[in-house]
Design a protein around this ligand. Structure first.
Ligand SMILES: [Zn+2]
Length: 157
C-alpha cells in the first residue's frame, strides 16, 4: 500500500517537474506555498488518496506548475520542505498548548493574530504554570486561532 502510494505520488510529481526521471532531483524543484485545512470532502492527493484534510499547495520553482497533496505525502516524500513546525503547531493548537514561536510568527504574518497575542504566546511558550489571567488569554487566543485555521489559507513566504 505504502509503495503503491509512493509510486503514484512519484509519477504525478515527475510528470509536472522539469526533471522527468530522477525523483530526488525533481522533488527539490518544489516548494510549499500554502496550506488549507478543509472541512469538506472531495479533494484528492496526487497519490490518489481520497478526501485529504490538510491541502498542501506546492509549486515548482522552475516551471511554476502547481499541485495539491496531503500533509502525509508532503512530510514523507518532500523532506527538504521544512514544515514540521507547522504541523506540530496545529497539533499543539488542537491540544490547547502554546505552539512553537516559528508557528506563532507564521500565523502572525498571515494576520490570524495581532501583535499583542503574538507577544503573549511567545513569552508564555513552554511555561509550566499559568496565572488565572494567563490561562484565560491562552484559551482565548488558541480558540481564536483554531477557528481561523478552519477558514483561512496559511501562506508560506
Ligand atoms: Zn498522498
Amino acid at each position: 500500500m505504502m509503495n503503491q502510494l509512493k509510486e503514484s505520488f512519484k509519477n504525478a510529481l515527475l510528470s509536472c517537474s522539469q526533471d522527468k526521471d530522477n525523483f530526488d532531483k525533481a522533488s527539490v524543484e518544489w516548494e510549499l506555498k500554502k496550506v488549507k485545512k478543509t472541512g469538506y470532502k472531495g479533494i484528492d492527493c496526487i497519490c490518489n488518496k481520497r478526501n485529504i484534510q490538510k491541502l498542501c499547495f506546492i509549486k515548482n520553482k522552475i516551471n511554476a506548475n502547481e499541485l495539491i497533496c496531503g500533509s502525509d505525502c508532503l512530510c514523507r516524500f518532500l523532506k527538504h520542505i521544512d514544515k514540521n513546525f507547522y504541523f506540530s503547531g496545529l497539533q499543539s493548537i488542537d491540544n490547547q498548548n502554546i505552539p512553537d514561536p516559528r508557528f506563532v510568527h507564521l500565523i502572525y504574518n498571515n494576520k490570524i493574530i495581532d501583535d499583542w497575542d503574538a507577544s503573549f504566546l511567545i513569552s508564555k511558550y513552554r511555561k509550566k504554570k499559568y496565572s488565572f489571567e494567563d490561562e484565560f488569554n491562552k484559551s482565548r487566543i488558541l480558540c481564536q486561532v483554531k477557528l481561523a485555521l478552519e477558514e483561512k489559507e496559511i501562506e508560506f513566504k
